[in-house]
Design a protein around this ligand. Structure first.
Ligand code: FE2
Ligand code: FE2
Length: 277
């Protein structure tokens, strides 16, 4: 059993659900009710209520990385949900910044929220036979240029972010291998290759932001870069569902090459594995 619903995403499928720059995905598997990211604020609670999703029942929260558009809702989650284990990279709580016209703006997550329900993920963390988290991607060529605006403060120095704080999720369910990625700062191609290596097989479904859009400047990656990504994705066996930092225009360009192998899913879209079986 596998179901996925974006509770918060940059766009919406219906007027009844508000949308906002950020990401929060509700995922149901045979064994778990998972929240993957909590979006920028308490909007995930408002939308979840309208979608009849009970946030109290979430048993696993995964924070994809230490940026506020994915983790800003954390304090609201902790107020409402008393039972979930929370999987996050310890470095996600380092102070992260984005530089806009050279000025650093804090985009991190409040480390005072850490409590004994938090589990700090390793480079590979096997939660159970359904769920595996992985991170620590260092090699690879496909980094988007907007990553250059992102920094982390260490020893009082602002240094370029290496995205060691980013993690991705592999779900194995109903003989399918599914990859979930929040922003893919480490590059969707690099992340997908690592997921294939870990699974020793192709990935059937990918749900991920692809970081082809830089929100503060509203600038997209170059057409050449987007086409290069599309051609690489086209060489895989996966079907792609994308959102958030891919940006709608970049998605439309990817679709020119990937055709019906890529779909954009906004707030309120319901994906169920049965739909494609
Ligand atoms: Fe991010
Ligand atoms: Fe993001």
């Amino acid at each position: 059993m596998f179901k996925l619903i974006p509770i918060v995403e940059n766009t919406t499928t219906s007027k009844q659900y508000k949308c906002k720059h950020g990401l929060s995905l509700y995922i149901e598997t045979t064994k778990h009710k998972i929240l993957f990211d909590v979006g920028p604020n308490d909007l995930f609670l408002e939308n979840a209520k309208k979608m009849n999703i009970n946030i109290n029942e979430i048993d696993i929260l995964i924070l994809s990385h230490g940026h506020s558009d994915h983790g800003g809702g954390l304090k609201y989650f902790l107020n409402v949900n008393q039972k979930a284990k929370i999987y996050v990279r310890a470095t996600a709580f380092d102070p992260h910044y984005i530089k806009v016209m050279g000025i650093p703006i804090f985009v991190g997550i409040d480390k005072n929220l850490i409590n004994d329900r938090f589990i700090f993920s390793d480079n590979i963390s096997i939660i159970d036979d359904e769920l595996t988290l992985f991170s620590g991607i260092k090699e690879g060529n496909f980094y988007s240029s907007s990553n250059r605006k992102l920094f982390v403060k260490k020893n009082n120095k602002m240094i370029q972010d290496d995205f060691n704080h980013e993690q991705n999720l592999i779900i194995k369910v109903d003989n399918k291998r599914i990859l979930i990625s929040g922003c893919s700062h480490a590059g969707i191609i690099n992340i997908l290759k690592k997921a294939e290596d870990l699974c020793l097989s192709n990935i059937d479904l990918v749900f991920g932001g692809m970081h082809l859009f830089n929100p503060p400047t509203h600038k997209y990656e170059s057409d050449e870069y987007i086409d290069k990504i599309a051609k690489e994705l086209n060489n895989t066996k996966s079907i792609f569902y994308t959102f958030h930092c891919t940006g709608v225009k970049a998605y439309e360009r990817l679709k020119q090459i990937l055709n019906n192998r890529i779909h954009y899913i906004g707030t309120g879209y319901t994906y169920s594995l049965d739909d494609i079986c």
